[in-house]
Design a protein around this ligand. Structure first.
Ligand code: COA
Length: 165
């Protein structure tokens, strides 16, 4: 039986912290789906298409990674696709409390015994979040080394378009 995993998130934008988790998880499973959530409670900076495009480009060299999007409950999406595991990255102990609650709630909702697998974030990226990257980039600071060059290009183009409005 193929071992399939999903790594879900807003990825607004994808950071090198996310990318590190993706590369490591891809080695552990036959296939890894990076699933972008259409999150009604967050007002995204990048459109869904832009986020999907970035992830496809940045992960193009990883053979067993594919990109998808979903809305609604993560557990419904997981059950529909029969994933063996849900990958989550842990950055600090502060992440743990939310994550355990979410994993335990989701465990009740999974129908195929899907496991949540936690990977420790690379310490080089444990302090970053997508919001922090956006704030620094929008205010003109350097986010070099924290996001991929392609992501940086898309963000710069977006900011130029907004300045021109
Ligand atoms: N490196 C860098 N940043 C990281 C990271 C890593 N390894 N891991 C997480 N982050 C950042 C994210 O970019 C995000 O930053 P932001 O809040 O500034 O956007 C933040 O940490 C939180 O990440 P995460 O918890 O993954 O939030 P998310 O919005 O990206 O995705 C879902 C969360 C999609 C998994 C969750 O909301 C979900 O399951 N939603 C569906 C609804 C549902 O099923 N609800 C019931 C849950 S029990």
């Amino acid at each position: 039986m193929k071992r399939t995993a999903v790594y879900a998130g807003s990825f607004d934008p994808l950071t090198n912290g996310h990318l590190d988790i993706i590369r490591r998880a891809a080695k552990m499973f036959d296939s890894l789906t990076v699933a972008v959530i259409v999150n009604v409670s967050k007002q995204p900076f990048l459109s869904l298409d832009e986020r999907v495009d970035i992830i496809k480009n940045v992960t193009a060299d990883i053979e067993n990674v594919n990109v998808d999007c979903f809305s609604g409950l993560l557990a419904d999406y997981v059950n529909k696709n029969g994933f063996s595991a849900v990958i989550r990255g842990l950055r600090a102990t502060s992440d743990f409390e939310n994550e355990i609650q979410m994993a335990q709630m989701n465990a009740r909702l999974y129908t195929e015994g899907t496991e949540t697998v936690f990977l420790m974030t690379d310490p080089r990226y444990s302090f970053i979040s997508s919001s922090m990257i956006k704030e620094v980039a929008v205010l003109g600071g350097s986010v070099s080394g924290l996001i991929d060059d392609y992501t940086s290009k898309i963000i710069k183009q977006k900011l130029c378009r907004e300045d021109a409005k």
